[in-house]
Ligand binder design. Structure first.
Ligand code: SF4
Ligand code: SF4
Length: 437
């Protein structure tokens, strides 16, 4: 079986973001393979812990991808400040084809456009992908899973960190489908009540109050914060308020654009112009919305740049949805040229943490090898880019950890799904499979 077939069978997806099926990247032929260990979301440290404790597996995943893609070189993107993780990784570089790409402690350094530029000096074409310029990028946990897939081990666990208002901030493996209530137990419980949970980070993640929500193949980490925390109050505003306030209060100062990392890289992303679409819904939105097409939703404009506490990132998200529904596609005409002031405008993570009022929670999340054994798991059939999987099991049947329970529809993009525990199938719907241990 080829590496790409093994990765497909094992159900590996990008663990750091949208869950793009990894077998597609393994099939491509490129010049450079890039490992993404940048991890820049405030308070999430799971990639750091994974690199510290599983450096060998991660580098092995990178090496086998180097072979399968026939790349001439690999770059390992990692923050210079994480010296222990750098050492843990570096000692496994044996083939002379991997170089470190040491990154500063800025937000967002893990954005693919940013990382590819830092590592190779190349700029991804507007609306393009790294493949367009001969690169593939994989998050370090994806590389860990690729290394296991080569040994025919499917993805059944997710490595996550839990931080914020919990008694024992930590990082650990957890069966996919585990409810958040179990993760909070592993972290010793919360230190406050009521609380909210940011899933995947305060900048790019979503807010939930639902402890029955479950871990998927892309859950990076949970951040528990008091319900009255500034970030929860901001995020929890009804959507119509974001846009109603923005319409009346935006003074077009353009700070949101001046700090936008995509704008500074040379892409035509101008959130202050997108804000205009809130006021000119009938006549201007088709024009102004286009300035959102290349936005990566990093959240910096809303949570750092805007002096009025408005929601330009959310205006960009809305603009992208409207453009898709109207069939409008923006094509950048100007050549991509890095802004001369880019370096001076980068946002240090420390400064961002202060602005977000998170200093009190900015602590390590050390790895613990506690075995998490939930009574039941709810495994979603769509945890990846592409089509939902088709169940291959029936209610009442017994399954073992690692057994295939749902597969990708014939000829479609997707990633197989395996049981994450030993147990009995309790429920099969079009959205999930529930297994009781
Ligand atoms: S920073 Fe805020 S006030 Fe200034 S243009 Fe952007 S959204 Fe408007
Ligand atoms: S969220 Fe804001 S700062 Fe980030 S890329 Fe989009 S427009 Fe730029």
């Amino acid at each position: 079986m080829s590496l790409s077939d093994k990765i497909f069978s094992a159900g590996v997806v990008g663990a750091g973001g949208a869950g793009f099926p990894s077998h597609i990247k393994a099939k491509s032929k490129v010049e450079f393979v890039i490992a993404n260990g940048a991890e820049c979301e405030p308070l999430i440290h799971k990639d750091y812990e994974l690199m510290l404790h599983f450096g060998e597996e991660i580098v092995n995943g990178l090496e086998i991808l180097l072979e399968s893609t026939a790349a001439k070189k690999a770059y390992f993107g990692i923050k210079k400040k994480n010296s222990l993780a750098v050492e843990s990784i570096k000692k496994h570089f044996t083939n002379g084809r991997i170089d470190l790409s040491l990154l500063g402690d800025f937000y967002p350094s893990g954005d693919e456009f940013e990382l590819v530029y830092e590592a190779t000096g190349r700029l991804i074409p507007p609306a393009g992908i790294p493949l367009d310029i001969g690169c593939v990028v994989n998050n370090v946990e994806t590389l860990y899973n690729i290394s296991r897939a080569e040994e025919n081990k499917p993805v059944t666990n997710k490595f996550i960190s839990i931080n914020g208002a919990v008694k024992k901030p930590s990082s650990f493996f957890v069966p996919i489908g585990t409810p958040f209530s179990e993760l909070i137990k592993v972290a010793g419980g919360t230190t406050i009540n009521p609380f909210g949970i940011f899933v995947g980070g305060v900048m790019m993640g979503h807010l939930t109050f639902d402890l029955d929500e479950v871990v998927t193949k892309t859950t990076a980490g949970l951040i528990v914060l008091p319900a009255e925390h500034y970030l929860i109050k901001r995020k929890n505003q009804p959507e119509q308020n974001w846009h109603r306030i923005g319409k009346s209060a935006c003074d077009q100062c353009s700070y949101c654009t001046e700090f936008c990392p995509r704008y500074l890289l040379g892409y035509q992303v101008e959130p202050h112009k997108v804000m205009r679409s809130l006021g000119f819904t009938k006549t201007g939105s088709a024009v102004w919305n286009q300035m959102a097409e290349l936005c990566c939703s990093c959240g910096l404009c809303t949570l750092y740049a805007c002096p009025e506490d408005l929601y330009p990132k959310e205006a960009c998200d809305k603009a992208k949805i409207e453009m898709r529904s109207e069939g409008i596609k923006f094509i950048q005409q100007k050549p991509v040229k890095v802004h001369p002031i880019k370096e001076g405008r980068r946002v240090p993570l420390k400064q961002l943490v202060q602005k977000l009022k998170l200093q009190d929670y900015n602590v390590h999340t050390p790895f613990t090898n506690t075995k998490v054994e939930p009574g039941s798991v709810k495994i979603l059939l769509k945890q990846h880019t592409g089509e939902a999987c088709i169940p291959q099991v029936e209610v009442g049947s017994k399954v073992n950890e690692g057994e295939l329970i749902a597969s990708v529809p014939e000829g479609k993009l997707g990633a197989n799904i395996h049981s994450s525990i030993n147990g009995k199938i309790d429920e099969v719907t079009i959205e999930h499979i529930r297994i009781t241990s």
